[in-house]
Design a protein around this ligand. Sequence first.
Ligand SMILES: [Zn+2]
Length: 247
Amino acid sequence: MSSEVFQDEAVILEVRNWQTADKYAVCFCRDHGKVPFIAYGAAYPKSTSGRLVQPFAHLRLTLMPGRRVATLRSCEFVEMPSAMDIEGMAYGTIIAEAVEQLLGDEEPQQAVFELVLSAFGLLRERNKRLVTDSTLLKLLSLCGFTPLLDHCTTCGRPMDADGYFSPVQGGFLCQDCSLEHDLPLSVEDRQLMETLLTLDFSQPAHFTVRGKELMEVEKIIYRFLTFQTDRPLRSLDFLAQLKQATS
Ligand SMILES: [Zn+2]
């Protein structure tokens, strides 16, 4: 970590209480990538930084780099956050956790910053589940894990019939090449994955999905993500509990 105080535009991924008066947060900065920091005094009710440093907030931060975590010097809103319901927060937390797991500290990636920023905005306006699925696929792709869907990743045969997805190979496997633990991938699933991967977040088109394809594609996304990060997302449990409580 550099030792100079710096200012950057950031989205907040995670906020936790720290000691009695402080908060620990992780943000993703436009030019500095993922940066964990401590906001001293932020747990006090009258603290400005405590009020501003909230999950999914879009801020301008001044940070003092430290040995392991940075220290927050000051912050201000880039845009005032609009309200997000609890379901939006649950999905936002999944996106934030995926970013935290896939990217190391201070690996700047403007495209990831833009993606997360627009995803948090779209969670307030559009179908949260589809926004999240699309964001996770785009994120995997930006991190170098674009699912390979055109040809069988073992024999090279073009995908012209239903087959399987291999998280290990990161792509399609035909009927002949599939192994026991692969996930079903139909021609329709592939179409949905491509729609989600290429969805334009500045003007997201409306499209319809069927439950079967959506469930199969989500299985693929989460298994593929877990394979890349080595551990399942904790925030998925919260979403499952929320769904149980509200169904
Ligand atoms: Zn094959």
